[in-house]
Ligand binder design. Structure first.
Ligand code: ASP
Length: 436
């Protein structure tokens, strides 16, 4: 018996020891192959869909379970980590730069997706009656007004993402002010609350890590179902959405950072040469936070940014400034709309500008975090990721290639932070121009 258990343990450890990224990629490829084979035998395909759907739906439910706690804790922590004393001129410039470039990134993503229309013609269908069709998308004015919750607890319970984000940000900023209080006890207690939220955020990301262990199974089943119904014609759109995202990422660097740097008389090529170490590290680690030590060193040694600016700007950027993620969110939300034959209309796209910018702020600098935020953006435009729905199937396709998209977007996230530190230092006349 004990031998058996040992054997079992050994069998499972084979699964857990293998690199998660490779497991997800293998699951994706196997899912495509099995799905395409099943697609040739409609009877087998429909029994496969019937019996395997449970495992795919389980994955979707697990992901949805963590969206609200992840947003709440990471946004409170992010906002509360800005000490009001740092909110001088540099702080204000940093926040404007980060918000502005992220919103620009979403717009680039949306424009590109409107032109290239990734996912068009896929016509992914959900189960008849699955509650995942596009629900009525609200008018923009009511979207704006509804950002302010009348009852934050109700918003939390209902999972209304925009009001939750708004309240979490307000709470975080207020907490930052209270942390700075002159009353020692108040400041200490607020600090403890901040650390508590930060630990809760870390805990939620541990849960995400656990759920991701199940991702290969979920991805395999969901992708196999898509391909069983679609056949090999779904491969092209997946490659195309990857291409669209990468074009957006390049445009963000060239147009947004390039022009801003130029405005401050700094050269893009010189900048890219200076920051490539950090950008490449971000590409391979898929984590802005993990890359932070390199980002800090590079910005000082290669780009000549003083520590007085970088020590505030970069850690904040690694938590809240996610331009690559913003592009990814915009392109993928559009892809899913096209893929289910319900392209996002103008008012939905304007909503995406708001939600994706805020979602990018709320994204933690760890691998795969953006994919969780995509769920939130989808819900905000009335695309309900319900089990068995077409939206869930399209989302699963994106999830299958998430690692590929995550590499590029993380690299741009980090590059954007470094562009920020250079521009802000230059505007403060403290950038070491000998490095340029
Ligand atoms: N991996 C990204 C980062 O660390 C976040 C994301 O998943 O979008 O910057």
């Amino acid at each position: 018996m004990s031998n058996e258990t040992k054997k079992d343990g050994h069998f499972l450890s084979w699964y857990f020891k293998a690199n998660l990224l490779s497991r997800i990629m293998i699951a994706l490829i196997l899912g495509i192959i099995v799905g395409c084979i099943l697609g040739t035998a409609p009877d087998a395909a429909s029994s496969f869909v019937k019996y395997s759907r449970f495992f795919g739906d389980l994955f979707i439910r697990l992901l949805k379970m963590i969206v609200v706690p992840v947003i709440v804790f990471s946004l409170i922590t992010g906002a509360a980590s800005i000490a009001p004393s740092q909110l001088g001129r540099v702080g204000l410039k940093t926040i404007i730069f980060y918000l502005g470039t992220s919103a620009f990134a979403v717009v680039i993503g949306l424009i590109l997706a409107n032109i290239l229309q990734p996912g068009t013609g896929l016509n992914i269908l959900g189960e008849a009656g699955a509650a995942g069709k596009v629900s009525e998308s609200p008018a923009l004015s009511s979207v704006l007004l509804n950002i302010v919750p009348t009852n934050p607890v109700e918003s939390l319970a209902k999972g209304d993402v925009l009001p939750i984000i708004f309240f979490a940000l307000v709470f975080g900023v207020a907490l930052a002010i209270v942390r700075d209080s002159k009353n020692e006890l108040t400041a200490k207690t607020a600090d403890a609350l901040y650390h508590l939220c930060s630990v809760c955020a870390d805990t939620m990301y541990k849960v995400v890590g656990g759920i991701m262990q199940y991702a290969p199974v979920g991805v395999f089943v969901l992708i196999a179902i898509v391909f069983a119904q679609q056949g090999p014609k779904a491969v092209g759109p997946l490659l195309f959405v990857t291409l669209t995202t990468y074009i957006g990422l390049i445009l963000q660097i060239v147009i947004c950072y390039g022009l801003l740097l130029l405005l401050f008389r700094l050269g893009l090529i010189k900048f890219l040469k200076g920051c490539y170490e950090a950008s490449i590290t971000a590409f391979v680690t898929r984590s802005s936070s993990g890359t932070l030590p390199i980002t800090l060193r590079v910005s000082e040694e290669k780009l000549g940014a003083p520590r007085s600016v970088s020590s505030f700007t970069l850690p904040l950027g690694a938590t809240v400034n996610m331009d690559g993620t913003a592009i990814y969110l915009a392109v993928c939300a559009m892809f899913i709309g096209f893929a289910i034959g319900q392209p996002l209309n103008m008012s939905q796209q304007l909503t995406v500008v708001i939600t994706a910018t805020l979602a990018a702020i709320g994204t933690a600098g760890v691998p795969g975090a953006g994919a969780i935020m995509l769920l939130m953006v989808l819900e905000s435009v009335g695309l309900n990721v319900a089990e068995g729905s077409a939206v869930a199937a399209a989302y699963a396709m994106i999830l299958g290639i998430d690692a590929l998209l995550d590499m590029g977007r993380t690299s741009v996230n980090v590059t954007g932070d470094m562009a920020g530190v250079c521009i802000i230092s230059k505007s403060e006349k403290v950038l070491d121009m000998k490095k340029w």
